[in-house]
Design a protein around this ligand. Structure first.
Ligand code: SF4
Length: 291
């Protein structure tokens, strides 16, 4: 049995950076630590952090309540790689007492924030391809007072009401599907006279998706590891399933209950951006030893 691990499997730069930020703050000691939303979509990592006393603030309302009541005095609040809107920073700035705000927004997401702010200031209407309910998209919109249109699908692009006299700027959620982004651009170019297209899909995602597609074409079975709520892992699963009918989506080794039969000669393994190395190595070792 040939077992092949994708080189791009696992934590991307932004997630690695955000998770290390939390561990650095734990090491610094002396403060209660919160992350605004789970730092990664991975229960193993968040469970470990919880055991170390790191709290998760689940919503803007909860943050506001804690800030207003003084509960954040003496605490550190870490903004995860997805980033947040200006409203969240405003709540934290107004919070009484000593609140340490640590911004671990991925620099690539920060760049999107700067892009939409600049283009909106230049009078352009902002379009964002992505999932409207995804925290990264909420954060992007929150940078410009939610004055943007989110395009989730080809149909949204086709149905977009346009102002023929306006200038537009299109950016994307970093984890958006590359092909779908291109298809949406093709539709928009026919409808819009003046559109600045800024491709903000993260290279890490593109490389991971490309490698997963290639690997799943060459393997008899594919294992995609990642959190059940991770959108980038779900997209990887989609891509691999199209190329390889025997594709499994697991969060950790415990979920892998399949018995691969002897006709399977090659197994490919990839993992989403929020999957820690320890879990990937565990699955890799198991498949190598068992089959
Ligand atoms: Fe940053 Fe890219 Fe990772 Fe998103 S996928 S956190 S943009 S490195």
């Amino acid at each position: 049995m040939n077992v092949r691990l994708a080189e791009t499997a696992g934590f991307c730069y932004g997630v690695e950076r955000a998770v290390s930020t939390v561990y650095d703050e734990i090491s610094a000691g002396g403060r209660k630590i919160y992350t605004y939303g789970p730092i990664v979509h991975n229960d193993t990592v968040t469970g470990e952090l919880e055991a170390k006393g790191v709290g998760v603030i689940g919503s803007a309302e909860e943050l506001k309540r804690m800030a207003d009541s003084g509960e954040l005095d003496g605490a550190s609040v870490i903004i995860r790689a997805h980033g947040v809107g200006k409203d969240i920073f405003a709540i934290l700035e107004k919070a009484p007492g000593d609140v340490r705000v640590i911004d671990a927004t991925c620099p690539f997401v920060k760049k999107i924030h700067q892009t939409v702010i600049r283009h909106k200031a230049a009078g352009e209407k902002i379009l964002v391809t992505g999932t409207a309910s995804h925290p990264e998209v909420i954060g992007i919109l929150g940078q410009i007072g939610n004055d943007a249109v989110v395009i989730e699908s080809i149909r949204d692009a086709e149905n977009l009401n346009i102002d023929k006299d306006a200038r537009y700027c299109l950016v994307s959620q970093t984890t958006f599907n590359v092909q779908k982004f291109q298809d949406i651009i093709d539709i928009l170019k026919k409808k819009l006279y003046d559109v600045n297209i800024v491709d903000t899909i993260c290279n890490a995602t593109q490389l991971r998706q490309r490698e997963a597609r290639a690997l799943s074409r060459e393997c008899d079975a594919m294992i995609v590891i990642g959190g059940k709520h991770s959108s980038n892992t779900a997209k990887l699963f989609d891509i691999c399933s199209k190329e390889c009918s025997m594709t499994y989506f697991i969060e950790s080794l415990q979920d892998f209950t399949e018995k691969l039969d002897s006709s399977v000669r090659c197994v490919g393994i990839t993992a989403g951006a929020s999957t820690p190395k320890t879990i990937i190595q565990e699955v890799l070792r198991y498949v190598r030893d068992e089959f």
